[in-house]
Design a protein around this ligand. Structure first.
Ligand code: ACO
Length: 367
């Protein structure tokens, strides 16, 4: 039985297409490499929400209007901090973000506020763990630059802001991944956008999905230097552990986003030792995985170079999954709009293997 729903088509979408054999990702008519090079977060929002967001007419939603609206939405999000921050004391950043999004009301929240709330809440939650006050958003800045400024309390380094913006665009949408599917399931019950996004964040948080890049850095730390690679891999395989940043349900080749992000890291640091070590680790892991699973091609996924890109942009690893949410919330909201248009509840079937009441057959029970 196909318990992981591999290859099952559960939605019709015009948002993105993942070609796992060719290693290609298309987002609304753009290859991911082109999108990452040419679009910022607001342009990508306009692309994804075009013709779907309330009041938008296909072909007419533009990045400038969205950039302004997102800036104002970040101010609206900051108004929620006095309620969130005391409630989130003692929670980890991802738990705090989950709580913060859950505190948004169905009636006064929209896609703009949700997309603005993720960076505003993340920065303030992190500063709270450091004992520092929240920094107000600057609606005139781009999404990544404003996030970095709110995070550090200093004007964002332009290169770091550009790198983070590229990251947000690169991960904005990716077919029916686990969190997006979750968003569509919840949305299909007409629970509303806030509930669907909270549920999506819960799915994203797992280490097999968006929780992988923090452990990727832990892995590089533990390995330490090239001599440590093979012994570390021996230990991992002996313990039956999965290697974070490798393998993918759909890709049978390299995840195209990995190379986009590798380019981001190289551009930020001009080829530091960390990339050199990461490349050697990558080669060694791929060789081991090929040896162990000769009939199942396992390659590098987006999370491997995400870890290096986010570290290079100055983010602490505890915020990596939240940064992923900062980008992917665009895709979630677009899919929710799309799902709302189809109007059909997502309700698959299960095969019962439990006991049957005496005197009855399974078919009779099912009927
Ligand atoms: N390390 C070691 N073994 C692996 C890995 C890995 N990274 N990935 C898959 N395998 C093994 C599986 O355990 C399985 O072995 P088995 O047959 O002995 O049980 C075999 O390879 C085949 O697994 P798949 O069917 O290819 O894996 P699946 O599609 O179920 O899972 C997943 C995909 C969750 C991404 C998996 O590859 C994994 O756990 N990777 C590590 C976590 C990770 O990097 N997650 C981020 C993914 S990208 C994203 O979500 C944004």
């Amino acid at each position: 039985m196909n318990t992981g729903l591999d290859g099952v088509v559960a939605a019709v979408t015009n948002l993105s297409q993942v070609d796992g054999e060719a290693g290609r990702l298309i987002v609304r008519g753009h290859d991911i490499e082109e999108l990452a090079a040419r679009f910022d977060f607001a342009d990508t929002a306009a692309l994804l929400w075009d013709g779907l967001a309330p009041g938008s007419v296909e072909g007419h939603l533009d990045g400038t209007a969205i950039r302004q609206a997102l800036g104002l939405a970040r101010l609206r999000a900051a108004d929620r901090l006095p309620l969130l921050l005391p409630a989130a004391k003692g929670l980890s950043p991802i738990e705090g973000l989950r709580a913060g999004l859950a505190m948004l009301g169905d009636d006064d929240c929209d896609h703009l506020l949700l997309c603005a709330a993720v960076p505003v809440f993340t920065a303030a939650l992190w500063r709270q763990t450091l004992g520092q006050p929240a920094v107000s958003p600057d609606p005139g800045l781009g999404q990544a630059a404003d996030f970095l400024t709110m995070l550090t309390g200093r004007p964002a380094d332009q290169m770091a802001a550009r790198a983070l913006e590229t990251y947000l665009v690169t991960v904005a949408d990716h077919g029916l991944n686990a969190s997006t599917f979750t968003a569509r399931v919840v949305s299909s019950t007409r629970a509303g956008m806030v509930s669907a996004v909270v549920a999506a964040l819960c799915a994203l948080k797992g280490p097999l999905h968006g929780g992988a890049p923090g452990p990727v850095l832990d892995m590089l730390d533990e390995i330490g230097n090239p001599a440590g690679i093979e012994p570390w891999l021996d230990r991992q395989f002996a313990a039956g552990e999965r290697l974070m940043g490798f393998g993918h349900r759909v890709y049978r080749t390299r995840d195209p986003r990995a190379d986009v992000l590798k380019g981001v890291v190289a551009g930020l640091r001009g080829g530091p030792n960390r990339i050199a070590l990461a490349e050697r680790v990558e080669r060694a892991v791929l060789a081991r995985l090929a040896e162990r699973y000769p009939s199942r091609r396992l390659d590098t996924n987006v999370e491997f170079y995400t870890a290096l890109a986010l570290e290079a942009a100055g983010l602490p690893r505890q915020l990596f999954t939240l940064a992923f949410a900062m980008g992917r919330v665009l895709g979630w909201t677009a899919h929710i709009f799309e799902q709302e248009q189809t109007g059909r509840i997502i309700r698959p079937a299960s095969r019962y293997t439990g006991p049957v009441p005496r005197g009855r057959t399974l078919a009779a029970v099912a009927g």
